[in-house]
Write a protein that binds this ligand. Structure first.
Ligand SMILES: [Zn+2]
Length: 155
């Protein structure tokens, strides 16, 4: 599976983060007693969230999450269970990056007609328009527009 952004709820907001290796949630940033970097995975206790599509600007992003509370905190501090303590010495800083649609463009895609149904109850009209523009021909768009203007036929 390719790397995907992780949605983390932190300090009352939900943000997307990109880890170097999502499936391992990144390697621990703690320092071992021998002075080396810990090789444990940040999270090794199983799946805690699901995969979902969200929209960022006018693009669809598949992500894992949302993660919150202790799980989200562990991801952001990038520490394994052994080094998940204020007393544990850091070998390096966490390596995640904030998701950026420009920098992480390979993790985005244009909205498709099918993806509209994955975007929650009410995708924003802009996304709907883009998906229709991307996936409908001129004649279909004209028909849709006329239906929206005229409404359904009355008997
Ligand atoms: Zn560790």
């Amino acid at each position: 599976m390719q790397n995907i952004p992780v949605l983390i709820a932190h300090d009352g907001t939900r943000s997307l983060y990109v880890f170097e290796d999502f499936m391992g949630a990144g390697v621990c940033t703690g320092r071992t007693a021998a002075g080396r970097r810990c090789r444990n995975e940040t999270w090794e206790e199983g799946q805690v969230a699901t995969y979902e599509d969200i929209y960022v600007n006018d693009l669809v992003v598949s992500c894992y999450g949302p993660l919150s509370d202790d799980v989200g905190r562990r991801y952001l501090t990038q520490r394994c269970r052994v080094h998940d303590s204020p007393d544990a010495v850091a070998f390096c800083d966490p390596e995640w990056e904030r998701f950026d649609p420009a920098r992480h463009h390979e993790m985005t895609r244009k909205p498709s007609y099918n993806s509209l149904f994955m975007l929650g109850a009410e995708p924003p009209p802009r996304i709907v328009a883009l998906a229709l523009h991307e996936h409908c021909g001129e004649a279909e768009r004209r028909l849709l527009a006329s239906l929206l203007v005229e409404g359904p036929a009355r008997s």
